[in-house]
Design a protein around this ligand. Structure first.
Ligand SMILES: Cc1cc2nc3c(=O)[nH]c(=O)nc-3n(C[C@H](O)[C@H](O)[C@H](O)COP(=O)(O)O)c2cc1C
Length: 143
């Protein structure tokens, strides 16, 4: 069984594009070792990150991430029942606005999770994640 987590956080420091790239590269290297896949999106001082993998490694990673002083985690959604990965080739893919030009789904998801904690059902969030995975192959920077 694959455990999947999506969360939103607010950065506590100013990240420039180099620092963001470094963060995603380092995350990707570490995630490879533990067979964790997912993506990271940054916009307006907020991160949206989706991670998937074996239960124990995901629990350890989310604890590390929550303790990371470079951001404050605001909203975490967990889903334990997936039998397959949605983003098997992305160890930690840095999604950029240009790679999302065809779909504005991440912004929508981010807005929901930031401003509307109570108004959206957990099922809607997971439906959006599944939709995004169907678009994955269309994204230009998909490797
Ligand atoms: C927004 C954000 C996303 C992160 N994503 C990952 C990740 O996917 N994988 C990872 O190993 N570390 C990630 N990190 C870094 C972890 O918080 C932590 O620094 C890392 O696991 C190393 O922990 P350690 O120094 O205690 O070994 C992320 C940090 C931030 C701020």
């Amino acid at each position: 069984m694959i455990k999947r987590i999506v969360y939103i956080s607010k950065s506590t420091i100013n990240f420039n594009s180099n620092e963001l790239r470094q963060l995603a590269t380092r995350a990707s290297e570490c995630n490879k070792q533990f067979d964790i896949t997912g993506y990271l999106y940054f916009e307006k001082n907020h991160f949206l990150q989706y991670i998937e993998g074996e239960k124990d490694v995901i629990n350890t990673l989310i604890n590390n991430i929550k303790n990371d002083k470079r951001h404050e985690v605001l909203n975490v959604q967990e889903n334990k029942d997936s039998s397959n990965r949605k983003f098997p080739t992305w160890h930690m893919h840095q999604l950029t606005k240009s790679s999302l030009i065809q779909i504005n789904m991440e912004n929508i998801l981010m807005d929901y999770m930031t401003y509307n904690h109570t108004g959206i059902s957990s099922e809607s969030i997971w439906r959006m994640i599944d939709k995004l995975s169907k678009f994955r192959k269309k994204l230009s920077y998909s490797l």
